[in-house]
Design a protein around this ligand. Sequence first.
Ligand code: NAD
Ligand code: TYD
Length: 363
Amino acid sequence: MILVTGGAGFIGSNFVLDWLAQSDEPVVNLDCLTYAGNLTNLASLAGDPRHLFVQGDIADTALWTRLLSTHQPRAVLNFAAESHVDRSILGPEAFVQTNIVGSFAMLEAVRAYWKALPEPQAAAFRLLHVSTDEVYGSLAASDPAFTETHRYEPNSPYSASKAASDHLVRAYHHTYGLPVLTTNCSNNYGPYHFPEKLIPLMIVNALAGKPLPVYGDGMQIRDWLYVKDHCSAIRRVLEVGRLGETYNVGGWNEKPNIEIVHTVCTLLDELRPKADGTGYATQITTVTDRPGHDRRYAIDASKIERELGWRPAETFDTGIRKTVEWYLAHADWVAQVQSGAYRDWVSANYAERDTNTTGVISA
Ligand code: NAD
Ligand code: TYD
């Protein structure tokens, strides 16, 4: 079996669902259920003996020791993290605790477990650490995309904490020989994406008739990958990745934020036209920029394509259409995640920003 952390979050739950759709190998899913963890994402696995959910913290060493010795996984995949840049700006401590201290606790427990494994299980064991392109910092418009050898230049408390965990993972390979793999992926989007991040926030705000808050000039660039393509890349790296290596994962889909917002509006105009005949783009509002906002991310995914033969299945056009359709079909999921705690976050993050409701920024 495999042990997944953070498997009730956005990417982790997509990974668990896809894994069990393609294989009967059981999954132990360790997640402490922060605001971002949601067991509803895994409702289709209720009663499935291949999925064991354990509510717990990745910083809990005793829990790790118990889970590893009881279940004897052949691999541990670490998705658990605090993942939202804006939250890291307003409250960095949780990022240090989970992303650094939690990853350290995992590494210590996994190292002890792996050292005690007999052959051939020890040789076959893998620890796969899921990371982000944000550890590389920000690119200028004319810079080449991030390769795996780009220097680490994290700019937000989120990316700094992920960078620290990447370094610990690397050090455990170099020092102790722990069989690790690291993936650094670009921005994901797709089903079960918590509506604090750009794409789901724009979809749910648009449908609710609320402003669509674009930070600054909206010309920051992100490189977008459909979440199921990220999951297939992780499966591929787990299967055939070279020990100690890092793999950048991306779909060659660089887009400015404002273009993303207009694409979402256009799809909604087509799929759920507004009763008053106006377009959703009239709801676009520019707001005060994020402090330290990284201007551009871009992933060079040649290594994983060349060495492991991985390719994304979706283009941005097919993936974003599937995503908007998913949100339209899952209004109940959206209503459930927009709890009181979600409303508190929206007012903490947006209330103090100056707004300029023009609706005229073009793509
Ligand atoms: P998410 O915030 O949606 O989910 C994180 C999950 O981890 C939640 O279920 C949460 O309950 C759980 N968790 C948080 N702290 C925990 C702790 N201390 N112990 C146990 N569980 C804990 O995040 P996501 O978007 O699914 O990201 C998953 C991973 O992928 C993260 O490591 C993130 O850095 C990385 N990543 C995300 C993106 C993206 O675009 N979302 C891109 C590249 C890499
Ligand atoms: P986000 O989804 O938070 O991901 P990340 O910061 O990890 O890339 O944001 C994606 C981009 O969208 C980023 O440049 C910030 C911008 N953004 C907005 O313009 N408005 C918003 O309300 C949010 C949440 C993000």
